[in-house]
Design a protein around this ligand. Structure first.
Ligand SMILES: [Zn+2]
Ligand SMILES: [Zn+2]
Length: 140
């Protein structure tokens, strides 16, 4: 395993720390209303990874879980930081908010998804592909 493929992540209070082997496979911006609430801003920048590669290195006791419909949104019950999104439809894939990763060397975002739900105050200032909903190409 290459050194840069082992990523570290943590919540604001560091009650929850985790490691991620295998790296982030792709990055997308999500404009959906659920991600907007979960992240407290929009778009939410998500890094995709394999669920099996995520290891919680601290206690799991403070991992809160909320089922938002299509998946389980996990967060720290002490500080409120988002931690990850576990899809129900694609359980082998986990989405991690880029802001909880402690590494700066991450892949560049590739696309915007759910732009039909975009907030009026959010401006897209790049030339990345925009998808109104969830495209086939986002499933990896
Ligand atoms: Zn915390
Ligand atoms: Zn979303």
């Amino acid at each position: 395993m290459k050194n840069q493929d082992l990523l570290q992540g943590s919540c604001l209070c560091r009650s929850i720390c985790f490691s991620l082997s295998g790296g982030i496979t792709s990055v997308r911006y999500c404009h959906c209303s659920h991600c907007r609430k979960f992240a407290g801003t929009s778009p939410a920048a998500w890094g995709m990874a394999e669920t099996a590669n995520l290891t919680i290195t601290t206690s799991k006791n403070q991992v809160g879980k909320f089922n938002s419909g299509r998946g389980i949104r996990c967060f720290c019950t002490n500080c409120g930081s988002p931690l990850w999104f576990a899809s129900i439809e694609y359980p082998q894939i986990i989405a991690i908010p880029l802001g909880v990763l402690d590494n700066d060397q991450l892949p560049a975002p590739e696309q915007h998804i759910w732009t039909q739900s975009k907030a009026s105050w959010c401006c897209i200032n790049d030339k990345l592909p925009q998808h109104p909903t969830y495209p086939e190409s986002a499933q990896e």
